[in-house]
Design a protein around this ligand. Structure first.
Ligand code: DLL
Length: 447
């Protein structure tokens, strides 16, 4: 699975097979002109209606009419999740709450939730972009789409839902949980597309196998997976076990929700929808732009949002960008797989490491199942990482120690960090129903 031919991706350019071909294949020059025009409107909206932005722009000595070229975006102040928290609940909204059509919120691990709001037009844009994203990943009108993203305050469930309807496909609003039932309905309703977090997709595969149901023999062909970091190794594992082409799907509540960037069937980077968002990559230390292709923190400015315009929002997500043409014919830039968040990066004796790098070593290794958790604690002022993995069903307990050694050796040789690996019995690592918890941090707070 995952292979494609040129026949699948069309001839490119005007012949590209897109939901919105005129926009998705727009040449880069008119696309930039459209961005500049929309950035002007956004800046005006933020300046006129959000006191925090007006203050920050004044501090930066920048008035909306000073915007001449797209590069001027670099003179705008950054914004961050803490701004939303500090102005909880509605302080960054550019519209009064009674002018909105919906609120979403994310709980986060500490403190106040971040609240995001949408006007009717914002919701229509979101549905359009999500429909475009689903189409980009291979979904089509008439497909039954099983939506296992959580419904509720999380943007995943409803975000995907309205995109499915906008596409003209058939939504199965399943949400997360009741995994056995999910398996039965995927089969009975003939779902062609599954929307879920990658970790939950794996949990569905596992439960199906336990029930003796071969989902590879079902109608399922496409997985639209996102909302958390995952590795290429995990992609291959899920593709093999579900019999789907697994498409990466990136988004975040502060910017919109799912539908910000998505892979096409080439699976070679995620097209970021530049008619609605301006993407930059900056060095997280200096905050200066990096050269195209170099890794850094993704920064996004919204270009069309009414209720919650975000200027240079620091996502904390680490990635790279390329504007090189894609074989699919879409012209919108590609962000490469998001390896992780700067917040989740561990520094183990001077080596920076993301859980997804450890995942890449674990998945597919003989004797272990693709479920894991990393536990970080501090001893004698040094960080220690335990990697808890799970034995494959049928592996005798007396082999656990040898397997642990083998895994630790591979983590050391491939990532360069020393870890203590603990092999647990099958089923002992908690399964996710949404975003998986990959790191348990036992270090003293504030250390
Ligand atoms: O997770 C929105 C979403 C729902 C995206 C469904 C895709 C599918 P938040 O809960 O605000 O929103 O979390 C956003 O999740 O900043 C990334 O750190 C991470 N993330 C989202 N998609 C991906 C991905 C939704 N494809 C945060 N790869 C983001 C890696 C991802 N990380």
């Amino acid at each position: 699975m995952g292979a494609f031919t040129m026949a699948d991706v069309g001839l490119g350019g005007r012949n590209a097979d897109c939901f919105d071909p005129d926009v998705e294949t727009l040449a880069r020059e008119p696309l930039a002109a459209l961005q500049l025009e929309r950035l002007r409107i956004t800046l005006r909206n933020a300046y006129d209606n959000v006191p925090l932005y007006r203050r920050r722009l004044a501090d930066a000595d920048f008035a909306p009419e000073d915007l001449r070229t797209l590069d001027d975006v670099r003179r705008l102040p950054f914004s961050a999740k803490s701004d939303l928290r500090d102005h909880y609940p509605f302080g960054l909204f550019a519209r009064p709450v009674e002018a909105l059509a919906r609120l979403h919120a994310s709980s986060g691990t500490t403190g106040k939730p971040t609240v995001v709001g949408y006007t009717k037009r914002d919701l229509a844009t979101w549905a359009d972009l999500m429909a475009r994203s689903l189409y980009c990943g291979g979904a089509r009108r008439g497909d039954v789409i099983h939506n296992a993203y959580g419904y509720g305050l999380f943007t995943g469930g409803l975000g995907a839902h309205y995109g499915i309807e906008r596409l003209g496909a058939v939504a199965v609003p399943m949400s997360g949980g009741s995994t056995e039932r999910q398996v039965a309905l995927i089969v009975d309703f003939g779902a062609r597309v599954l929307c879920a977090t990658p970790s939950y997709a794996l949990a569905i595969a596992e439960v199906a196998e336990g029930l003796g149901v071969d989902l590879r023999a079902s109608g399922l062909r496409i997985g639209m997976f996102g909302a958390e970091p995952w590795s290429e190794a995990m992609r291959r594992e899920i593709e093999a076990r579900l019999g789907v082409q697994a498409i990466d799907n990136y988004g975040l509540s502060e910017i919109m929700g799912p539908g910000v960037a998505v892979e096409c069937v080439c699976q070679d980077g995620l097209h970021g929808w530049e008619d609605h968002f301006l993407f930059e990559v900056v060095d997280p230390e200096t905050l200066q732009p990096v050269t195209e292709g170099a890794p850094g923190e993704l920064v996004i400015t919204t270009l069309t949002k009414q209720a919650l315009p975000m200027l240079r929002y620091r996502t904390r997500d680490v990635t790279r960008i390329t504007t090189a043409p894609c074989a699919c014919g879409r012209t919108h830039l590609r962000i490469l797989r998001v390896a992780g968040r700067t917040d989740d990066m561990l520094i183990v004796r001077g080596v920076n490491v993301y859980p997804s790098q450890v995942e890449a070593v674990l998945v597919g290794r003989p004797g272990i199942a693709p479920h894991y958790q990393m536990v970080v604690d501090r001893r004698a002022s040094l960080d220690h990482v335990h990697v808890e993995v799970e034995a494959e069903v049928g592996v005798p307990v007396d082999r656990f120690a040898t397997i642990a050694q083998d895994v630790a050796h591979h983590i050391k040789s491939m990532i360069g960090i020393t870890t203590e690996v603990v092999v647990k019995a099958p089923g002992e690592i908690p399964r996710s129903q949404g975003k998986a918890v990959r790191v348990r941090d036992l270090r003293p707070q504030g250390a």
